[in-house]
Design a protein around this ligand. Structure first.
Ligand SMILES: [Cu+2]
Length: 144
């Protein structure tokens, strides 16, 4: 196919644009005034930095991200089922401070607008509460 294309281009150059080159007369439609095929575009536009394909640190094994809001002294939603490898992010929408406290991890005191994240890589149930207000309860269920 490449040889035919080259011959077609040569035919255009030799015989001019008014005549269809014979080499392309087999089955293909004569290209007529078509220009030679342009070079393929570069993989990245000039000036565009090459994106880093590696995930950022801490995100290598993250399969999904779930956000839980802390609002009116409650976790919303209070019970979440996530796949193994999910990252859960708690965001404090309250004016009061809260702490995410579970058997295996504990956040700092989160002020309004602050967030805490934890990646759940092992399936299981992870009940948690607020370290300041123990009546605030939640549970993360990590499926396989
Ligand atoms: Cu709290």
């Amino acid at each position: 196919m490449r040889l035919i294309a080259i011959m077609a281009i040569l035919g255009i150059l030799l015989f001019g644009c008014t005549q269809a080159p014979n080499a392309a007369a087999d089955n293909a439609t004569a290209p007529g005034m078509a220009q030679p095929p342009a070079a393929p575009p570069p993989a990245t536009a000039p000036g565009t930095p090459t994106p880093n394909k590696a995930p950022p640190p801490g995100m290598e094994n993250v399969t999904a991200v779930f956000t839980i809001h802390i609002k009116n002294f409650a976790f919303e939603p209070s019970e979440v089922t996530v796949p193994s490898g999910a990252k859960v992010v708690w965001v404090n929408d309250d004016g009061a401070q809260h702490i995410i406290k579970a058997a295996g991890f504990e956040s700092a005191a989160l002020s309004n607008g602050a967030a805490y994240e934890h990646v759940f890589s092992e399936p299981g149930d992870y009940p948690y509460s607020c370290g300041i207000h123990p009546s605030m309860q939640g549970k993360i269920t990590v499926s396989k």
